[in-house]
Design a protein around this ligand. Sequence first.
Ligand code: FE2
Ligand code: FE2
Length: 177
Amino acid sequence: MSLRDTLSFKGSDATQLLRDQHTVTVEISEAFLANNIEINQILSHVDYTINVHFRLEDEILFPALSPYLQQYLEFLEPIRIITGEHISIRSLYTSLNRARSFEAEDPVATREERYAGAEKLARIMLQHIFKEENGIFPMADKYIPDMERKRIQSSMDEMLANFRARYESEHRDSKQP
Ligand SMILES: [Fe+2]
Ligand SMILES: [Fe+2]
């Protein structure tokens, strides 16, 4: 069964944009695990997710949620767990990408090992999304007051355009000889 069938991906103004991005990541991760897309497609999607989606969560949603979480639950463990996962996904991706870039000098990074690393990334992304959709996002929808949710939504729209433009320009630069 697909993860898409088990989650609604529906939330408040504060989380909907991120939930929409989750549906794309789930689709791409599951397609890769089912051998329907190439390794470079999943890796470039993970790269984009780290640089755009994670930043929207780390820089907008979680800082906005933090005072309310502290107020109602008196602990920030849910945010710490999720940001910790962002760090491990980023470092797994970086190590895999390094293996790709220096393939000629690095006989250890075989094609099979890179593939296994990409599979691991796809699985971790699915687990991470499952955790967010069932844990921290419902908390954000519940604890953040209505007016604040609307403010989060508009700053998220604005920063999405910003992060995306920056990502695309860096991506273009790195492709130039
Ligand atoms: Fe996340
Ligand atoms: Fe997410």
